[in-house]
Design a protein around this ligand. Structure first.
Ligand code: ZN
Ligand code: ZN
Length: 345
């Protein structure tokens, strides 16, 4: 059985072979994080089938990533590489480990500042609020990133790797590091890393970043290295305290396309569903699908927290989480909150 796999492996180029190694590592990391989430939960009782899991997995992780990879590599980076050729191949002679380390650190430094900028700019907040919209944050929650945010960040991440002449295998290696670290900082795991949290970022600080508490609206911007937050005065890590409220202080659509439309034009998803039969039907697809899986796959129900509200597809407004104000009240008029979207838009 191993022979065809071995033959296939040797028929691939270096990037393909690296991907054959990074993919199982990624899957293994998912399994480990899922086990740790169940054994040492940060928030007890957070279900595996939490709200928005389908949107994050299907639309953001699979569909959006697939199309944006083609756009970023095929239509932005490839023309740039063709234009500049080997002109800036400054890192080509470095060992692969040094190249990976260099790009991990420099990009993480960039992402800290861009992320901080997104929280401080009413315009760019619109490209980031989707990431904060989930109220049940877990291993997959970090995948929810607006398409524009991904295009900007991944172009700035991968264009230098190609233009500076890094070994092509740096791309899948860096992508693996991003994916695993991204899942880790969002994972619902009660990590207490002590002094390590001054350097290595983890759920301790990033879960606070997803809390709906005023004290963290402008804190904990780091992704991989928490040291940026400590150095630049934006770290927030209270001892023995956990967030009580999560997500955004205003209502946010639950559908992938509605989330993107909402970044351009504010509307009430529930009202739209009430008005438009087509939208209501479309909106109910994933709930019908979840019901379908739940009814046919008893094993799924055994997993903690399987719950699909009866008749959910017919009553979209009922899906709005409790305590979440209607968008008309908080989006169009400035409120006390200092979130850029309310203060400056
Ligand atoms: Zn943020
Ligand atoms: Zn996050």
């Amino acid at each position: 059985m191993l022979e065809p796999i071995s033959a296939f492996y040797h028929s691939l180029n270096a990037v393909g072979r690296t991907t054959m190694i990074t993919t199982p590592i990624l899957l293994l990391a998912v399994v480990i994080l899922l086990v740790l989430e169940r054994k040492f939960p940060y928030r007890k009782g957070l279900p595996f089938f939490r709200e928005g899991l389908f949107v994050d997995l299907f639309w953001y992780t699979l569909v959006q990533s697939y199309f944006l990879q083609i756009l970023i590599f095929g239509f932005i980076i490839a023309p740039l590489a063709a234009r500049f050729g080997t002109q800036f191949h400054w890192v080509s002679s470095w060992p692969v480990v040094a190249q990976v380390g260099f790009f991990v650190i420099t990009h993480d430094f960039y992402i800290y500042w861009f992320h901080r900028f997104q929280h401080n700019s009413a315009f760019f907040w619109r490209t980031h609020e989707a990431h904060h919209s989930g109220k049940q944050v877990d291993w997959l929650a970090g995948s929810r990133s607006h398409a524009v945010e991904i295009i900007i960040n991944q172009t700035i991440e991968f264009a230098p790797i190609v233009l500076l002449g890094a070994n092509p295998i740096v791309v899948p290696i860096k992508a693996l590091i991003d994916a695993v670290w991204g899942m880790y900082i969002h994972a619902n795991i009660d990590v207490k890393s002590g002094k390590l949290q001054y350097v290595i970022n983890g759920p301790e600080m990033h879960l606070w970043h997803h809390a709906d508490h005023e004290e963290v609206y402008y804190a904990n911007f780091s992704t991989k290295f928490a040291v940026w937050d400590w150095l630049f005065g934006t770290a927030y890590l209270p001892a023995n305290r956990k967030p009580e409220r999560w997500g955004l202080p205003y209502a946010f659509p639950k559908d992938y396309f509605a989330q993107h439309a909402f970044s351009v034009y504010r509307f009430d998803e529930a009202a739209l569903a009430e008005k438009s039969v087509v939208f209501r039907q479309y909106h109910g697809v994933r709930w019908r699908l979840l019901n379908w899986v739940g009814n046919r796959l008893p094993a799924a129900k055994v997993l903690q927290g399987w719950e699909v509200t009866q008749g959910a597809d017919a009553t979209v407004p009922a899906l709005r989480p409790g305590g979440n104000p209607a968008p008309a009240a908080s989006v169009s008029t400035p409120v006390e909150s200092s979130r850029p979207v309310t203060a400056a838009s």
